[in-house]
Write a protein that binds this ligand. Structure first.
Ligand code: ADP
Length: 477
């Protein structure tokens, strides 16, 4: 990867994950190396100290058995045997003066530390120290020990083993760490790329969608991990958006269609009157027709607005104590003349049930829409039955007719805005009545369901909670 590419990727999640991974791996490896180093150096020092203590014990025994002369001779011989550059011996009096030593030419820079002598005089068995001699690579480990009252042995040994170990350790450390850092960066990059590849797939899909292709979906790898969950949720969201867009498109087509007819009619009436009729009655008739069409348009627009407001809860509904029985009876009385006009028998079976909480005006509108449809779509000579019932939690209102019924394919869609079944196109209506009725029922914490058998009739059932609903849309008037 070129440096420019690397720089451009430095803000990516994969790059940062790799850095973290490599960083943590490097720090852990360094800690492990450090612990190993400390362990080995302490072992080396222990061994050196034991060797020095061994010398002291030999010299003590010799002093006790053969006297100071033998110790002086032994010091020279021991130093020569070990190598005069490796070990030295010096015998000191208790005031810190050297009175005998092995060959000290190589060790001339080593001083006698007064504090060590004092420590021995105060009762310490032995005193260790490690010193560095200017210009020499290896450190020196020195032991002061009291051989007998008044005779102190100073013995020193180079830490050559330690230096060799340190050199080897440094080489191994640098080589191993270089390899490990590269390995960690490689493995980290591979893992990070694998982890974020799913996120990138989501991003790519989102980019394609931004470019206009809403059909795109993120591939799901069926691994069941978080990325799969993200992809599945993202795809579900796209499905939902697609459905919503299709619905919005259908709705705007319907709105355009439903607005175009009355506007065209208004324009036609105005044009004909302008080109042909010039008398006052003709202008009056034109104005009346235009007002009628405008009223229809306004009613449609107002209903659309009311559905939106009811669905979104923009206008809070009032929450009065309502008798459904009374509302149903009123509605039946109101629609009796219309039923008679259509040659339909209207039967009202509304026994007293528990009250519900709601907005009286909106409830009346909901019942009116259902009754209007039932009478409109019931065959002449047929019947519409409105009944009220209740169970433990709900109050139910059913509006049943013996009309043309609704085809199973249309049934799930009749509550959509502007949806009209083909067989109803000859009847007046704009396809908003059921949408509004359902929006009202839901805003009261209830719902409306429809059941139908083609050519036999339909039943619309409103369910409302019998107790006060918790729905936040409903608040005191
Ligand atoms: P509309 O103004 O067309 O009546 P609605 O929203 O009230 O609009 O109803 C939507 C469609 O559902 C109607 O066009 C009709 O096809 C169907 N529908 C509603 N009620 C009935 C019913 N009682 N019998 C048969 N079809 C019905």
């Amino acid at each position: 990867m070129s440096l420019r590419k690397l720089i451009s990727r430095r803000s990516t999640l994969a790059f940062r994950l790799t850095l973290w991974y490599a960083g943590i791996f490097t720090v852990s490896s360094c800690v492990a190396f450090l612990l190993f180093y400390l362990l080995i150096t302490s072992l080396i020092q222990d061994r050196t100290d034991q060797e020095l203590m061994g010398q002291v014990s030999r010299f003590s025994t010799l002093l006790a058995a053969e006297g100071i002369k033998s110790v002086q001779n032994a010091a020279v011989i021991e130093a020569q045997a070990a190598g005069v550059k490796k070990v030295f011996f010096r015998l000191l009096s208790q005031d810190g003066q050297a009175f005998s030593s092995s060959t000290m030419a190589y060790w001339k820079d080593i001083n006698i530390r007064e504090s060590a002598i004092k420590e021995l005089l105060h009762g310490s068995d032995h005193v260790f120290e490690t010193i560095t001699i200017a210009g020499r690579k290896d450190e020196v480990r020195i032991l002061y020990a009291m051989l007998s009252p008044g005779i102190i042995l100073q013995v020193g040994q180079t830490m050559e083993t330690y230096s060799r170990f340190f050199d080897a350790f440094k080489t191994i450390f640098i080589a191993t760490m270089t390899f490990l850092i590269l390995l960690a960066a490689g493995v980290g990059w591979f893992m990070a790329r694998r982890a974020v590849s799913g996120v990138e797939a989501v991003t790519r899909t989102a980019q394609k969608i931004t470019g206009g292709s809403l059909e795109e979906r993120v591939p799901v790898k069926q691994r069941g991990d978080e990325i799969d969950q993200l992809a599945t949720t993202f795809n579900q969201m796209l499905d939902r958006i697609q459905v919503l867009l299709t619905e919005i498109k259908e709705m705007s087509d319907n709105i355009a269609h439903d607005l175009r007819s009355p506007v065209t009619r208004i324009r036609g009436i105005a044009e004909v009157t302008l080109t042909t009729g010039k008398s006052l009655p003709e202008y009056e008739s034109m104005a009346a027709s235009i007002i009628e069409d405008c009223d229809r348009l306004l009613a449609m627009i107002n209903t659309m607005l009311l559905i939106s407001k009811t669905e979104t809860g923009v206008d809070k509904l009032s929450s009065e104590k309502l008798s459904i029985t009374a509302l149903v009876r009123e509605a039946c009385e109101l629609f009796e003349p219309s039923a008679e006009d259509h040659g339909v028998r209207l039967v009202c079976s509304a026994p007293a049930v528990r009250d519900v909480a709601g907005d009286a005006r909106m409830m009346q509108r909901m019942l009116a829409n259902l009754l209007d449809n039932a009478i409109k779509y019931a065959a002449a000579g047929g019947a519409v039955t409105v009944s009220v019932a209740e169970d433990a939690t709900q109050v139910k209102v059913s509006v049943q007719d013996s009309g043309c019924g609704i085809a199973p394919a249309d049934l799930p869609r009749i509550f959509e805005r502007f949806y009209r079944c083909d067989q109803s196109r000859s009847k007046p209506g704009i396809g908003l009545g059921l949408s509004l009725a359902r929006a009202i029922a839901r805003a009261h914490g209830g719902d409306i369901t429809a059941a139908s058998t083609p050519n036999q009739g339909s039943t619309f059932t409103v369910t409302l909670p019998a107790s006060l609903p918790q729905d936040p849309l409903i608040s005191p008037a």
